[in-house]
Design a protein around this ligand. Structure first.
Ligand code: PDD
Length: 281
């Protein structure tokens, strides 16, 4: 695999980043995941706009303009012959000489930029989507700025492990009795034909897939309510699903061991999945 690091295209085994990088020492950096279907980037401008916002919130200068970012994305797709999968992009505050809590001077310490591709031939025709996933509820113990897509993913990773150890696929996080989101996706329930998902705030990541799916749902005359919902409400829902760049619309069939509806992917979730894939590819 060819990867990109700080201006160079290199075989993955030759790419290097300093041990003093603040991404490594302090999780001081942000990332994006952009899906590729048939060699085409999905929602590139949305991901770039969010990258810009995440960097701005952390006072990291955006090291490239839109066309430069696009060029690197396209070059990696071409060099790796990527058909279906994703491009991972990470920008950290860079590597000053010493470990220090104070931000380094941006004139002397440049951000570190890393991009790589990851292939996933089962992205569109996903066996998991045909089956649906099981989730468990866990406390949301993350920091309060989940709207910034930082590389600080330890708790989401622990949540995913708690789910797997409990025989489920993923975890939904609960704060003050309501669901915030999944470990790496936005969460939705459907009751009496109405799609309910938490409103945007600092509590959740502003999903690029979320924005597209809600737009398609409204275009298809499906009612949408952006509000918080409780775990009890979720367990009593007709359907549930999650969205992310790497899963599109993924039906949820079980919450904390309670099957939703027939315990199989719901018809509206599956329809939204089809619409999303057709409209964005
Ligand atoms: N995760 N919420 C969280 C906490 C996420 O990490 C993600 C994305 C989303 C969905 O955002 P989008 O639709 O823009 O992908 C919501 C990515 C895919 C990841 O960490 O791999």
């Amino acid at each position: 695999r060819t990867v990109y690091v700080n201006g160079a295209y290199l075989p993955e085994g030759e790419a290097q980043v300093s041990i003093f990088d603040r991404g490594f020492l302090m999780a001081d950096g942000v990332y994006e995941v952009t899906t590729v279907i048939d060699g085409k980037l999905i929602d590139f401008d949305g991901h770039l706009a969010r990258l810009e916002r995440s960097l701005g919130e952390l006072d990291i200068a955006n090291p490239m303009d839109r066309d430069q970012w696009l060029e690197v994305h396209r070059e990696l797709v071409a060099r790796n012959g990527l058909d279906q999968g994703m491009i991972y992009l990470q920008v950290t505050r860079g590597a000053p000489g010493d470990r220090d809590f104070v931000f380094p001077d941006p004139d002397t310490t440049a951000p570190t930029v890393v991009l790589f591709t990851q292939s996933n031939p089962a992205l569109v025709d996903s066996p998991k989507a045909q089956r649906g996933i099981k989730v468990i509820a866990i406390d949301d113990l993350r920091w309060g700025r989940r709207d910034i897509k930082t590389v600080q993913l330890l708790y989401p990773s622990m949540g995913k492990m708690m789910a797997i150890r409990a025989g489920a696929d993923d975890a939904w996080m609960v704060q003050d009795g309501t669901i915030t989101e999944g470990t790496s996706n936005n969460a939705y329930i459907i009751k009496d034909g109405k799609i309910v998902t938490r409103a945007l705030s600092n509590d959740i990541l502003h999903g690029i897939t979320r924005a597209a799916v809600l737009r398609f749902a409204r275009e298809a005359q499906m009612p949408v309510e952006e509000r918080s919902f409780t775990l009890e409400e979720a367990k009593a829902a007709d359907e549930a699903f999650v969205t992310s760049a790497s899963t599109f619309v993924m039906p949820v069939v079980d919450i904390d061991g309670a099957a939703l509806g027939a315990g199989t992917p719901g018809p509206l979730a599956m329809r939204l999945r089809e619409i999303y894939i057709e409209e964005s590819r």
